[in-house]
Design a protein around this ligand. Sequence first.
Ligand code: GDD
Ligand code: MN
Length: 383
Amino acid sequence: MGALVDTKTLRNAIPAEPSRLLPVELSVIVPTFNERANLPALVAGLTSALADIRWELIVVDDDSPDGTAEEVRRWHGVNPRVRILRRIGRRGLASACIEGALASSAPYLAVMDADGQHDPKLLPAMLQVLLDDEADLVVGSRHVENGGVGAWSGWRAQISQVATGLAHTSGLRQLSDPMSGFFAIRREAFDARAPNLAGRGFKILLELIVANPAFPPGRIRELGYKFGLRTQGESKFSLSVAWDCLATLVEGGSGGLISRRFLTFGCVGAFGFGVHLAILGTAYRLLNLSFGLAQIAALSGAILSNYVLNNILTYGDRSNRGWRWISGLVSFGMICGSSAWANFEVSQIAFRHGAPWAAAAFLGAATGALWNYIATARITWRA
Ligand code: GDD
Ligand code: MN
């Protein structure tokens, strides 16, 4: 793959660094996946916005096939402020930000996208708030004065609005834009929360805010900025990212009682019941299959659909692929069978001990679901 900008042009564009050996004041952490084409504008934007600041750019790249990491190393050759943290066999925006922040030694950290949607010209103002000790966290917001979502695609803006509404109802009222991916934070404030960050989703800011310790009142500030349009490449936002965000909110709102995985697993199971009924109805009523055959088809369909959805949504971070997809399906099917047996046994025992029929059925179903969840976590999707 040819280089996008030849080295000579780079040398002319960015002056040599006389202050190379002075400590860094601000680390700008930028997670990337296939953002090679955005690097020139990113570095140029930071260079002009942060002219009076000793900054560095830490690009945390998840081994992008487009060669983002390699391109960052080329930039380092002409501008040592630019460096790379390459991760292999991993994916995730939030965990990339956390690891980038942990790799920095600067007293102030900022997180932003690589694609030009977050305006680097806001960074000096964000840093100033931290330097003046007016806050521990400064968030770039699209929903305060001077802010805006610009020409962001209608449906994305709508999803963002719903998520923001949910965050607000689940108690996150300090922020007008809790879904923002653009913020600056004091190093100590980050370090205090780092051990309590799971780093699983897309929303690192959301995680920081719900993590312990909570930010003292008044220690979060918002500054408005206009959300730009992605200049190159594609967004990595997807349905599973949106679901993950929703599940994070429920996990936070329930004080960690309902874990994201358990919630997702439960919803997939409920959906599977719908699949079961749909197949059963079609096979038995429309195709006139015997009830037994129709039930077998419905059970198989529900198991397959549950397996596929759990593999994407519940265990997207360690989904089974290739041969493991097949062996995973086999173990999933066997565990489903054994959990039906556990369901049956428990409901029988409860009924014999005098539980009303509906309560006995509920106890059986709850045991079966829990059995299923725990066993598949350990066998089908073992870490
Ligand atoms: N290392 C790494 N690994 N980086 C990733 C991954 C990943 O798995 N997925 C996405 N990124 C990087 C992208 O390359 C980009 O630099 C940044 O994270 C944001 O991803 P986008 O794909 O551009 O997301 P978006 O524009 O839809 O959403 C962003 O902006 C929203 C508004 O501020 C995110 O920052 C959202 O969190 C934010 O709400
Ligand atoms: Mn983006």
